[in-house]
Write a protein that binds this ligand. Structure first.
Ligand code: NOJ
Length: 765
């Protein structure tokens, strides 16, 4: 039953508005019955409400714009908005021309808008407030690809839960997250927003993030609607160029790109965002095969589809629509329910319906879905349920939230290399020179995709290290150069600091502006001035630990590649410096694994570990007439899944039955032993290769992984069970297929490591 009582808070909040709502036609209709909507079951009263709406009010429910008030950060993150003033926007909302706004300015703004609509609009349909809550709201967690390095979907669920509770406390009902685009080309800047290159990891993180944001009950005041984006295959942009076209076989689309979206919808996500790209000549925003055949018919998706920011209008520049009216018709008829930011639906849908170019029933179906999700979010029960200034403050950056941020950051760091056990460092007795543009200062800590967090509130590296050191005087901090340009005397100062130290920590890499939306790079390298700094500092002969800052995989060269120790520290959020210090000084052993491969050279991109063998696979660089580059194998310097811990882990004793029955399962196990002196967390990965099939198969595919915590000297038998469906691929007929025959198996610490390996046969059915 729907609880029809008004909360005390709502009553205090806007007594007049709530009273207006209580007597509104919308509420009266919706409260007539048990209006609980479950997965696509829309209550009859919604239809009664739709029957009362004008065409303009219907188009308004399908129109979402960037908030006009205080959206400075939001506007900076998207092309400049040409929207009205805040007062103008409120007037539009009251006139029924808006379903809601996004990237607004907290509970005060939301309360003003919602109150105006509840008091002044004809039907009093509550507004929905959306935002890009990507990896935290005020407490910032590691960027999504970094968090994927934890290989711990449960951690992602926990951080999403906290992000939802903070953001929902600020009046936000709907997040534009998770972004689940598979990223096989590291030139693409938006690699940073997803879970990397692997299908299985992508599926698990998509589902976990949806569960975290949506919680158990979408009506709860700490739950938000999740949005699976960008549908579909945005990550396959040609040449890694953002917004560029995608041209993929349906097989690769279905086998590689679609599964994480599907996993997100299966986890209950109630919204999807159409992607900017076209696929084989048809923009996603105007693609009925994607939005209807796949999403609605095959996957039975009951929620709403929103365009990306002016995605419908952009079909004009792409040469797919003649003008705004044409673009609105194409997008809407393709199955995009709601238009973001262009206003094209508001401007043209009523006319298109009057002229018979858009069926009234199709319009009603989209409005029904939008009202249904508003109802699921509890907005018809209480339009102010998430709007609470006090709660907004009380939930933000709590001690527990910051502790989770530190834990997540620590577990996102990947140790690529640690020759001679250089790390961890002692907290006393050694002089440390911390050098580089990311050594200190309140910048480049949170990452490029943060609307509400502030770098000024995050802990930088120097502060984190000082907090860990027993003797503060043991640390010298020198910038050495800027991110993309030298500074006068910088290298000299850095070299002097290195000479006076026992160990150098070199904090170099990319700044926030070098990854994220519209930040594609042609060369995924450490910028030249920083490379020059590294070369000069390494020439002192002092041991160098590279502390990389990055939003994508990088191609490491020269002394950066050859340094004895390399840590990947991404953009880690609020607790960046503390978490990095935890790893540097061994408070925790590193446990992160690469969610995407680090190539030898930029020119290998797009590179992914699950590539095909080709007819001429190369074994060595000296091979001739084989599939390799003159200077690099078709392999990675640091592959997907790679990551060290302090100490060593051994793999032994593969247990693998020779045969899997057609209707059976196969249990595969190996022993993993910690031969080091510290407790370690090992991510044990299971890969397969289908040796011969009617469609060629990748050289390896990760099918499962397990994280095990091992005390020094301890061993554990790690077991995996594979089902026949784990061996499926998209067959000649474009349907999931399994073929009997031989499969190679590896239980290994990375996509290129041997670990322990064997072979089994799937018996014919
Ligand atoms: C454009 C981005 O592609 C999308 O991810 C984001 O959610 C919207 N802008 C809204 O800010």
């Amino acid at each position: 039953m729907v609880d029809t009582r008004l909360s005390r808070r709502a009553a205090l909040m806007g007594a007049g508005a709530v009273a207006a709502w209580a007597s509104s036609p919308a509420r009266a209709l919706l409260m007539q019955a048990d209006a609980t909507i479950r997965m696509g079951v829309v209550p009859a009263p919604v239809d009664a409400l739709i029957a009362r709406m004008t065409l303009e009010e219907k188009a308004g429910q399908l129109t979402l714009n960037a908030a006009a008030w205080g959206g400075g950060v939001a506007t900076a993150l998207n092309p400049p908005s040409t929207g009205p003033s805040f007062e103008g926007q409120v007037a539009d909302a009251v006139a029924g021309k808006l379903t809601g706004v996004f990237n607004g300015n907290g509970a005060v703004m939301a309360e003003r808008m919602q109150r105006a609509v509840m008091q002044g609009s004809r039907l009093k349909i509550p507004l929905i407030f959306a935002a890009d809550v990507i990896h935290g709201h005020r407490t910032i967690f590691p960027v999504p690809v970094a968090e994927a390095a934890s290989f711990d979907p449960d951690l992602a669920m926990r951080t999403a839960r906290v992000a939802a509770s903070e953001a929902a406390g600020a009046g936000i009902d709907w997040t534009f997250f998770p972004m689940v685009d598979i990223a096989r080309d590291q030139r693409w800047g938006r690699t940073m927003e997803g879970a990397g290159e692997d299908v299985r990891l992508g599926e698990l993180f998509a589902a976990a993030r949806v569960r975290g944001f949506q919680g158990r009950d979408l009506k709860a005041d700490d739950a938000m609607m999740a949005c699976i984006k960008h549908f579909a295959a945005y990550g396959a942009a040609e040449s890694g160029l953002d917004y560029n076209v995608v041209d993929l076989s349906e097989r690769t689309l279905r086998e590689v790109y679609l599964p994480p979206y599907k996993a997100g919808f299966d986890a209950g996500a109630m919204s999807a965002m159409a992607s900017f790209n076209e696929i084989a000549g048809i923009p996603a925003t105007g693609n009925p095969w994607l939005m209807k055949t796949v999403l609605r018919d095959e996957w039975r998706f009951p929620g709403i589809v929103v365009s990306d920011y002016t995605g419908d209008e952009e079909m004009i520049a792409a040469g797919f629509a003649e003008d705004g009216r044409d673009a609105a018709r194409i997008a809407f008829m393709a199955g995009v329910d709601m238009s973001m930011q262009s206003n094209l639906y508001m401007l043209h849908l009523p006319g298109l319906v009057r002229e018979g170019l858009v069926p009234q029933a199709t319009l009603d179906a989209s409005v029904r879905r939008v009202l249904a999700v508003k109802h699921m979010l509890g907005l018809f029960d209480d339009p102010f349920r998430r709007i609470d200034v006090k709660r907004e403050k009380a939930r933000s950056r709590t001690r527990a939230n910051l502790a989770l941020s530190r834990e997540a950051a620590r577990r996102s760091i990947v140790l690529l290399k640690n020759d001679g056990g250089l790390l961890p460092l002692p907290t006393s007795g050694k002089r440390i020179a911390l050098i580089g543009p990311f050594a200190s200062g309140q910048h480049d800590l949170n990452g490029p995709w943060v609307v509400y967090g502030d770098n000024a509130n995050a802990v930088d590296l120097a502060t984190g290290i000082r907090g860990a050191l027993k003797d503060q005087n043991a640390l010298t901090v020198v910038a050495g150069c800027d991110v993309e340009k030298p500074i006068p005397g910088g290298i000299e100062a850095a070299v002097a600091a290195a000479r006076a130290a026992d160990i150098v920590l070199l904090a170099i890499g990319e700044n926030e502006g070098m990854s994220g939306e519209a930040q594609s790079r042609t060369e995924i390298v450490v910028p030249a001035p920083q490379q020059a700094l590294a070369e000069a500092v390494a020439a002192t002969g002092k041991p160098v630990v590279i502390v990389l800052k990055n939003g994508r995989a990088l191609a490491l060269t020269g002394v950066v590649r050859d340094a004895p120790a390399i840590l990947v520290t991404w953009f880690l959020g609020s607790e960046s410096g503390n978490a990095t210090a935890d790893i540097l000084f061994g408070t925790a052993s590193p446990s992160g694994r690469l969610p995407m491969s680090f190539p030898f050279e930029s020119g290998q991109e797009p590179y992914h570990y699950d590539h095909k063998a080709t007819g001429r696979p190369a074994q060595a660089l000296s091979d001739t007439y084989k599939a390799k580059y003159r200077t690099a194998l078709n392999a990675a310097l640091y592959p997907f899944g790679h990551g060290l811990t302090y100490g060593t882990i051994g793999y032994s004793a593969l247990s693998l039955p020779p045969t899997m029955a057609w209707n059976g399962v196969i249990e595969i196990a190996a022993t993993v032993t910690n031969t080091g002196a510290r407790t370690a967390e090992e991510t044990v990965q299971l890969y397969i290769r289908d040796r011969v099939a009617t469609i060629t198969r990748p050289v390896r595919e990760m099918k499962a992984f397990r994280k095990v915590r091992l005390a020094p000297g301890a061993g554990e038998t790690v077991r995996f069970t594979l089902k026949r469906s784990d061996l499926e691929f998209i067959g000649v007929d474009m349907k999931p297929t399994v073929e009997a025959g031989e499969f190679d198996v590896w239980i290994a610490p990375s996509a290129q490591a041997e670990g322990v390996t064997g072979r089994f046969v799937l018996a014919a059915g």
